[in-house]
Design a protein around this ligand. Structure first.
Ligand code: MN
Length: 377
């Protein structure tokens, strides 16, 4: 028996070590400098200047050179726009000046080698782009707007990607980090995961990058980036999950009672207790979904946080609800709320449970649902 226990313990220790090693490998798939590069790029993309200052300081402490950081922020203008890039360059100037004042000496790094004058930027950029992606880049959008094709080639892949103070693998790391931190860039993120892999970034490194986005930058952006990365690794098409890409709170569970028409989801956020009698929940309505008519004994507060919703009190016209709208529904007043026919709607509902529970009434008729809203601009 003792022997068995010993063997079992030994196996357990071995299993634990193996698990520790695989987690270890994933966390350290990117070296210190690369990890700081991810943070610098992501904070630049989000315009979070206080966090960027910390990331720049940490990056310089880890041995990133002034040239590498400057080049990162210059390249990012192509992906995040001049305002974000210029703000970040100003922040780098400030950080460097502060560090100098405090007696810290930062490594200048190497300047890019001057380019030979024998080729036009369009030729150089076309060659670079083809080499970076592995195949000539074509697409309907470049025929529709030839200027964007020329600017991408001449400027991004010509002028910027020819500068050799950052290698292409690092340039892709920077681009992917910025795109992962931004809203609405999933198609570009997907392309750059592929280009990153083609230029030597491993699945482990990209997974480590996504972990950094999820734990340091924004949880939702990290979850989206993970789905996009998984679609690339599985060689499957990426279908955007609308709840994941825009929701603040989790979507929660599908509501399966008959007080709702269509599909709606509930994530409880706060449960009432003896000191605080408020119940708070996040309700996500799919397009066309709505509640039945109902009333709350102590009224209700609705905070519209995404999409386009409807709200109507008995005897009044229907109102449109947009992100940021607040409704204070009076006590015992019949009303309904839900999503517009073609758009989802997400609300936070705050109810006081002290006076009693919600009273459910009739279904909202099609005429009521489709009636003209009073505040349609
Ligand atoms: Mn209500």
């Amino acid at each position: 028996m003792l022997k068995f226990n010993l063997l079992f313990s030994l196996l357990l220790i071995m299993a634990n070590n193996m698990m520790a090693q695989s987690t270890h490998a994933s966390a350290h798939a990117l070296n210190q400098k690369e990890q700081h590069m991810v943070l610098v790029s992501a904070y630049t993309a989000r315009g979070d200047m206080a966090a960027l200052a910390r990331a720049l300081n940490d990056g310089l402490n880890a041995g990133l050179t002034i040239s590498e950081l400057k080049e990162t922020l210059v390249q990012l203008y192509a992906y995040t726009g001049f305002p974000r890039s210029l703000n970040a360059l100003h922040k780098l100037m400030e950080v460097l000046a502060d560090r100098k004042k405090n007696g810290l000496t930062d490594l200048p790094g190497k300047e890019p080698t001057p380019l030979p004058a024998s080729h036009t930027m369009l030729q150089t950029g076309t060659t670079n782009q083809t080499k970076l992606v592995g195949t000539p880049v074509t697409g309907a959008v470049y025929q529709f707007a030839p200027a964007i094709d020329r600017f991408l080639k001449e400027h991004l892949f010509g002028a910027i990607f020819s500068r050799d103070n950052l290698d292409w693998k690092t340039r892709e790391l920077v681009t992917i980090s910025a795109l992962a931190a931004m809203d609405g860039a999933a198609p570009q993120l997907r392309s750059h995961f592929n280009v990153g892999i083609y230029n030597g970034l491993t699945a482990n490194q990209l997974s480590a990058l996504v972990n950094i986005i999820e734990s340091n930058i924004n949880k939702q952006r990290g979850l989206v980036a993970r789905e996009v990365l998984q679609s690339v690794l599985d060689k499957k098409a990426y279908t955007a999950n609308p709840w994941l890409t825009e929701a603040i709170f989790p979507t929660g569970q599908k509501i399966d009672n008959n007080n709702f028409v269509g599909t709606a989801w509930l994530q409880p956020l706060v449960q009432p207790d003896s000191n605080n009698k408020l119940q708070v929940g996040n309700v996500s309505f799919e397009p066309g979904a709505r509640t039945k008519w109902h009333k709350h004994p102590a009224g209700q507060i609705l905070l519209a946080i995404d999409g386009l919703g409807y709200y109507q009190e008995q005897g009044s016209a229907k109102r449109l609800l947009r992100k940021g709208d607040v409704v204070k529904c009076p006590a015992d007043t019949p009303h309904w709320h839900g999503a517009a026919p073609d758009e989802k709607f997400i609300q936070v509902a705050i109810n006081s449970i002290e006076a009693g529970v919600t009273v459910w009434l009739n279904e909202v008729t099609e005429e009521e649902y489709k009636s003209a809203p009073v505040n349609d601009e």
